[in-house]
Design a protein around this ligand. Structure first.
Ligand SMILES: [Fe+2]
Ligand SMILES: [Fe+2]
Length: 268
């Protein structure tokens, strides 16, 4: 088959197979799974025989050989990057769980992490870093609920653990009396997500289907009801949205879908 015959109809299919095969290839590349570095082609056929013959077609073309090498490179990069990210997140989770024993506060951390990750993806920013800011923004609160211990104690601990300055500064900025300017997009979004995540969770908890059918319009309606979730600071919510410059509806919709993605972890 000539290369031109594979384009464009099968191009999309190729990439679907390529990415679907990532874990397979990672497994295959493990020596304990019989990976033979000296005979990779044979090894791949032997261990990955449930892949379609699509890659095999490509292997018979010059471009296929190049792509095959590139995919091996991709598999390894994917493994290293995702492995590092997992280790980093686990370290932050350990820190959160060490200082925070309350289930609701742990869930709040996971909710704000999900919101930060959603915004990081939306703006093409560093998802791991933004997620960390969400996960750890209140990790000291249970132990040090008074201002300025929260957030000062927490950020001191984060400094001892070598968390970057912009992460600590964003966390300081989510507590208005600190008067630390929210001068990064990450800091602005943390402030805009924090109280609203709590509010959306409160809205979901009183609904039979929880987050599943919650819409921005219901959240907006509840925001006007001063008696509902009165602990949530409406002024901070509106201030955060104004600083961010995203329409309220859009912001709420982004957060609802971010929280839905982790609804199992949130018990919603
Ligand atoms: Fe806080
Ligand atoms: Fe918070």
């Amino acid at each position: 088959m000539r290369l031109v015959e594979l384009f464009p109809a099968e191009r999309a299919t190729f990439f679907v197979h390529l990415f679907r095969s990532l874990p397979l290839r990672n497994d295959c590349l493990e020596p304990e799974n019989g990976h033979d570095k000296n005979n990779e082609q044979e090894c791949n056929r032997k261990n990955c025989n449930d892949q379609t013959d699509f890659l095999a077609k490509w292997e018979r073309t010059g471009a296929g050989l190049v792509l095959k090498r590139y995919t091996h490179y991709l598999y390894n990069v994917n493994k290293v990057v995702s492995g590092t990210a997992m280790i980093m997140r686990q370290g932050s989770l350990d820190l959160l769980f060490e200082y925070t024993k309350t289930d609701s506060l742990r869930k709040h951390a996971l909710a704000v992490e999900a919101a930060m990750r959603a915004y990081a993806r939306k703006f093409g920013e560093d998802e791991e870093k933004w997620g960390t800011v969400g996960l750890l923004h209140d990790f000291d609160y249970e132990m040090y609920p008074q201002f300025p211990e929260h957030p000062m104690k927490g950020t001191d601990i984060l400094k001892q653990h070598n968390y970057p300055e912009d992460v600590r500064r964003a966390i300081l900025g989510h507590v208005p009396p600190m008067n630390v300017p929210r001068d990064t997009l990450m800091a602005k979004i943390l402030f805009a997500c924090d109280e609203l995540c709590g509010f959306i969770v409160a809205c979901a908890m009183v609904r039979p289907n929880k987050l599943a059918d919650l819409e921005a319009s219901s959240v907006k309606k509840k925001l006007k009801d001063k008696a509902f979730a009165r602990g949530v600071n409406r002024d901070d919510i509106h201030k955060g949205i104004a600083e961010l410059g995203v329409p309220l509806d859009e912001h709420i919709t982004i957060l609802i879908s971010a929280l839905r993605a982790v609804s199992h972890d949130l018990g919603l």
